[in-house]
Design a protein around this ligand. Structure first.
Ligand code: DON
Length: 579
C-alpha cells in the first residue's frame, strides 16, 4: 500500500494549488449552502474529519492530522487516548478491528486484533458439572478474558500505514493518564451505574474510586498513574513490552493469583492478522466490512443483498413497508449467523455463499410483504455452494485519500470489571462471545453453534462491523458502532440512510433505528418511529419492543471534496471535528 502524504509545494505548483483551493472552496461553499437547510447539521471541513465518542479523542486526533499526520496516525492516537479517557470501552486490555482504505492504491485492508482464547481454554470451561452454562464465569472472572490484541493491533497499523513513531502516537495518552483530565458527566454516571462490579476487586477500586473510597463526580480530575507507567513502558520498549515484558508479567501474575488461564506463552504468542475485508455491492456502491472472526461484514452484505431486491427509496424511510422488509432480512441473516459463523482460522465458513446475490434473492423470495414470518419457522438456511473459491467506534478521513473505520472493545462496559493490579488497565470479558454451549445465548441473546465453540488460540465470534463504502473508486463513507448484537443492524441503517434515502451523514446517524436478531422474535424499536407505523407493523404480525437508544455510530463522509462528520447524539461526549 502506498500512501501519498500532503506534498511540500513551491513556485508554480503552489500557484496551481492556490487556484485549486479557491475552486475547491467555491465547491464547498455551494455544498454548505445546501447543508444549511438540513435539520441535522453535519460537521464540515476541507482537509479531513474525525468522529469519535469522546471530545478529547476527536480533538487530539484532529490536531495530530492537522499537523501533518495521516488518518492512520489519527486512528492510533485516538485508540490510545480512548483507553485513558473512556475506560468503559476504550482499552489496551481488549481487542478490535480496523479497516483502512487507501483510494490511491485502491487497497482496503482489515487489521484483526481480536482477542484469542488461551491455550488452556476448553470447550466446556464455562459449564458446571450438570453441563449447564454459568454466565457469571464467562463474564466476571479472570477466565472471562481472552489474550488482549489492542496494543499489537494499533502498533501494527501505525508501523505499516502511519507516519508517527509509537512513542509519538502514545504521548497524548500518557500525558492524560499522568496529569489527569476533567471528568465529564457521562464518565461519572458510567462509574456510578457499574459501582457494584467496580468495587468487587481491590485493584479496580483503587483506580475507579478516590483514596477515601468516595465516588468521582463530574468536574473532578481523574488520574491513572499505573496506566501512565504501563503506557510509558510500551512507548519506550515497543509493543513486545506488553506481550513479553513487565506488563505481561503483571497480567500473568494477576491470572495466577485468581485462577485465570492466560500464561506468558499465550501473551508472547499473540499475533494480530491482516485480513481481506468482506466485499459486496449495493446499488452501485462498494461495501467493505469486517471479515471473520467478525460476523459483521458477512451479514451487512447479506442484508443489503436482500434489500436490494426492493425499491427502498420509494417505500420511504422508516415506513412500515421498509421496516418490515428490514426486520425480515435481519431475522434471516441472524439465523444464518447462529450456525455458520466462527473464526475462519479454525472452521470453514461459507463466505461466498452467504454473501452471494443469488442466495439473498432466494431468501428475499421467502419474505411475505404483508406478513411477518415467525422466527420459529426460520432457521439457518442453506447458503449457495461455495463457488470459487460498550465497545467504541471511530471513523476518520483525510485528504491523502485515506479512510479508517475502527471498532474496539473489552465487551461489557468496563469489561470483566477486573483491573490488572499494578498495571492500571481493565481486562476484557470477551470469552463470553464464544458459545459456552451450542444453542446457549451470550450476553446479547445471540445463539452460537459448533462453529463458535471454545478452542485454544481461537478468536471468539464478534458482531463488530467497521465499514467503508466507496463510490466510483473513491472513499465515500466510514461508519460503525458499539451495541453488541445490534452493531450489524445499526451499521446497516446508517448505510441505507445514506444510499437509499440520500440523507446527509448527521441525519443518517441521528434517525431512529430498529433491530431484529431472529431470536427473540421481536423488533426492538427506538423512540421516534410513529405510532401509526408501529400499528401497521403489528398488523403484519410483528411483536414490537420499545427500547433505549441503540448504538453510537460515529461516521464520516467525503462528498464533493468536502469532509463531513456525523456524530451520534446518543452519546453526550460524542464529537466530530475537522480541519
Ligand atoms: O465483539 C462483539 O460483538 C461484542 N463483544 C461487542 C460488545 C459491545 O458492543 C458492547 N457495547 N455496547
Amino acid at each position: 500500500m502506498v500512501f501519498h502524504l500532503r506534498p511540500v509545494t513551491s513556485g508554480l505548483m503552489a500557484t496551481a494549488l492556490l487556484l485549486m483551493t479557491a475552486l475547491h472552496a467555491l465547491d464547498a461553499h455551494a455544498q454548505s449552502a445546501i447543508l444549511e437547510g438540513e435539520r441535522f447539521h453535519p460537521e464540515q471541513a476541507s482537509h479531513g474529519m474525525v468522529a469519535s465518542s469522546h471530545t478529547l479523542a476527536t480533538d487530539i486526533a484532529r490536531d495530530v492530522m492537522a499537523d501533518g499526520g495521516n488518518a492512520v496516525d489519527g486512528a492510533v492516537v485516538a485508540g490510545f487516548v480512548l483507553a485513558v479517557v473512556q475506560p468503559r470501552s476504550g482499552n489496551i486490555g481488549g481487542g478490535g478491528f480496523m479497516l483502512i482504505s487507501d483510494e490511491n492504491s485502491d487497497d482496503v485492508v482489515a487489521i484483526d486484533y481480536r482477542e484469542t482464547a488461551p491455550a488452556a481454554a476448553t470447550e466446556t470451561m464455562f459449564q458446571n458439572e450438570a453441563g449447564n452454562a454459568v454466565s457469571d464465569w464467562s463474564r466476571y472472572t479472570h477466565r472471562a478474558s481472552g489474550v488482549p490484541g489492542t496494543v499489537a493491533g494499533l502498533a501494527l497499523a501505525l508501523d505499516a500505514y502511519g507516519t508517527l513513531s509509537l512513542a509519538e502516537a502514545m504521548e497524548p495518552a500518557i500525558r492524560l493518564a499522568e496529569d489527569g483530565f476533567k471528568v465529564p458527566p457521562r464518565f461519572a454516571a458510567g462509574l456510578d451505574e457499574a459501582r457494584d462490579r467496580l468495587s468487587a476487586w481491590e485493584s479496580t477500586r483503587q483506580v475507579f474510586f478516590k483514596e477515601d473510597g468516595s465516588r468521582y463526580r463530574a468536574g473532578d480530575t481523574f488520574r491513572q498513574p499505573d496506566l501512565a507507567a504501563t503506557l510509558t513502558r510500551i512507548a519506550e520498549h515497543g509493543p513486545r513490552e506488553f506481550y513479553a515484558g513487565k506488563t505481561a508479567e503483571l497480567l500473568v501474575a494477576e491470572m495466577e493469583r485468581n485462577d485465570g488461564l492466560i500464561t506468558m506463552d499465550d501473551m508472547a504468542g499473540y499475533e494480530p492478522q491482516i485480513r481481506e475485508p468482506i466485499h459486496g455491492t449495493y446499488r452501485g456502491h462498494d461495501i467493505y466490512a469486517m471479515s471473520p472472526p467478525s460476523s459483521g461484514g458477512v451479514h451487512i452484505v447479506q442484508m443489503l443483498n436482500m434489500l436490494e431486491n426492493d425499491d427502498i427509496a420509494a417505500l420511504g424511510h422508516n415506513s412500515a413497508s421498509t421496516l418490515h422488509l428490514m426486520a425480515e432480512s435481519m431475522k434471516r441473516a441472524y439465523a444464518d449467523r447462529s450456525k455458520f459463523l466462527g473464526d475462519t482460522d479454525f472452521v470453514d465458513v461459507p463466505l461466498s455463499g452467504l454473501t452471494a446475490k443469488a442466495y439473498a434473492t432466494h431468501l428475499r423470495d421467502q419474505i411475505d410483504p404483508q406478513h411477518a414470518t415467525p422466527s420459529d419457522d426460520i432457521g439457518p438456511d442453506d447458503p449457495w455452494p461455495y463457488e470459487s473459491g460498550e465497545t467504541t467506534h471511530y471513523s476518520i478521513a483525510d485528504d491523502n485519500g485515506l479512510m479508517v473505520s475502527n471498532t474496539y472493545t473489552i465487551n461489557f462496559s468496563y469489561g470483566s470489571g477486573i483491573v490488572v493490579d499494578g498495571a492500571g488497565f481493565l481486562l476484557n470479558n470477551e470469552m463470553d462471545d464464544f458459545s459456552a454451549k451450542p444453542g446457549e445465548p451470550n450476553a446479547y441473546g445471540l445463539i452460537g453453534g459448533e462453529a463458535n465453540k471454545i478452542e485454544p488460540g481461537k478468536r471468539m465470534l464478534s458482531s463488530m462491523t467497521p465499514t467503508i463504502v466507496k463510490r466510483d473508486g473513491k472513499n465515500l463513507l466510514a461508519t460503525g458502532t458499539p451495541g453488541g448484537s445490534r452493531i450489524i443492524t445499526t451499521t446497516l441503517q446508517v448505510v441505507m440512510n445514506v444510499i437509499d434515502h440520500g440523507m446527509n451523514i448527521q441525519s443518517a446517524v441521528s434517525a431512529p433505528r430498529i433491530h431484529h436478531q431472529w431470536l427473540p422474535d421481536e423488533i426492538a424499536i427506538e423512540a421516534g418511529i410513529s405510532p401509526d407505523t408501529i400499528d401497521r407493523l403489528e398488523a403484519k404480525g410483528h411483536r414490537i419492543e420499545p427500547t433505549r437508544a441503540m448504538g453510537a455510530a460515529q461516521s464520516v463522509m467525503v462528498d464533493a471534496g468536502l469532509f463531513l462528520g456525523g456524530t451520534d447524539p446518543r452519546r453526550s461526549t460524542s464529537k466530530a471535528a475537522g480541519w
